[in-house]
Design a protein around this ligand. Structure first.
Ligand code: SF4
Ligand code: SF4
Length: 360
């Protein structure tokens, strides 16, 4: 298949749903986690849950970087935004993520210089055009985004753009999956691995899922046929395996060039995931050689202890333990226009998907 329509072909979609029904044992329940926010959105958008028998449950995971960015990080960003002569640059989603008391949107409305950019090149440009100001880019995202942020730091170093820095909260997926699968309460039978992240990482970092935790996984594309085919592959695994459905994009070894760019600039560290807490080795920090571009070192701001809305259950939603429907604020005090928690902010957050496309 070459064209997008073919991956949305309804007869193919229904045939795959029939094959899943036929392949699944009727006496058992399957719980598969779609790790990535883009998968969650596609599952809702194309009504895929409704095509599956009730014994196949799809649960949403922590695969939206916006959703898992901790409140402390937002508070630090806001504190930096309030310093004189600072320009904060970021991708759009981050503007609405609630911190303890404010958000970047509110700060912008209050007169701080917060700018939405479409690439790190835009942020570098702003730095070049404003030599009297400090330009901070919000480094948030998984393996797919990190290489371009790394490249921006290398460019800034080469071109002597000393007024550019990155506030780094990058995260890596395999360690988060280890954390999820190690907790037997989640009872996950298999993972739909994020297609774009896997295109960078390759499949090796996920082998532990099958070997150590007896849990299968399939790296999947984002169209309905991709997702259903990946579910069928998971159901058909007689023995847990690490497989690729999204072969038109992913190779087993991933993208070496992107990984080497990441390795030049970043090194592993523990990282706090919103709703999950600290996960060992699941983050990336800027290496010492590039510390001049590390906004956390450049700006010594004081941040008061963070607090979250106590009624919001984003933490449970992100772990796949509860659904948004179990949250008292869902659709009432918490909507995409007025998000209380991070899962309602991003267009690909689980609560936003439930809100937009309905639920099961
Ligand atoms: S909403 Fe943005 S940050 Fe979240 S998964 Fe989608 S693209 Fe990534
Ligand atoms: S509905 Fe809103 S408040 Fe409730 S868990 Fe989701 S984001 Fe948090």
């Amino acid at each position: 298949m070459k064209y997008i329509d073919e991956f949305r072909d309804s007869s193919l979609v229904h045939r795959l749903a029939d094959r899943i029904r036929a392949a699944a044992s009727h006496g058992r329940e399957y719980k598969f986690m779609e790790v990535c926010g883009t998968h969650t959105m596609a599952v809702f958008r194309f009504g895929l849950r409704d095509l599956l028998e009730p014994n196949i449950k799809l649960i949403s995971g922590p695969g939206c970087p916006v959703c898992v960015t901790p409140v402390e990080y937002m508070d630090r960003t806001i504190a930096i935004a309030r310093l004189p002569d600072v320009i904060i640059t970021t991708f759009g989603d981050m503007m609405r993520v609630p911190g303890s008391r404010s958000s970047l949107y509110k700060e912008k409305a209050a007169g701080r210089d917060v700018r939405m950019v479409y690439s790190t090149d835009d942020a570098l440009d702003i730095a070049k055009r404003n030599p009297g100001k400090e330009v901070v880019f919000l480094g948030v995202g998984f393996e797919t985004t990190v290489p371009t942020v790394g490249a921006s730091i290398i460019t800034a170093a080469r071109q002597g753009i000393g007024n550019y820095s990155v506030l780094c909260a990058h995260k890596t997926m395999p360690e988060a999956l280890r954390w999820l699968v190690a907790d037997s309460r989640h009872g996950i039978d298999g993972f739909l691995l994020p297609g774009h992240v896997s295109a960078i990482t390759g499949m090796k970092p996920y082998e532990f899922l099958a070997k150590e935790y007896n849990t299968g996984c399939v790296a999947a594309g984002f169209e309905p046929v991709d997702i259903l085919q990946a579910i069928l592959m998971l159901v058909n695994q007689s023995k847990p395996r690490v497989e690729i459905q999204y072969k038109r994009i992913i190779t087993p070894l991933g993208n070496r060039l992107a990984r080497s760019m990441t390795g030049m600039v970043f090194e592993k560290c523990s990282s706090v995931w919103r709703g999950i807490g600290e996960v060992k080795d699941s983050g990336l920090k800027i290496r010492r050689e590039f510390s001049g571009f590390d906004a956390a070192l450049k700006f010594k701001v004081k941040v008061t202890p963070a607090h979250e809305n106590k009624v919001c259950i984003c933490n449970m939603v992100l772990k796949g333990v509860k659904t948004p429907l179990e949250c008292r604020l869902f659709g009432k005090r918490c909507t995409p226009d007025n998000p209380v928690g991070s899962c309602m902010v991003s267009s690909e957050g689980t609560c936003a998907a439930y809100y937009k496309y309905g639920r099961r």
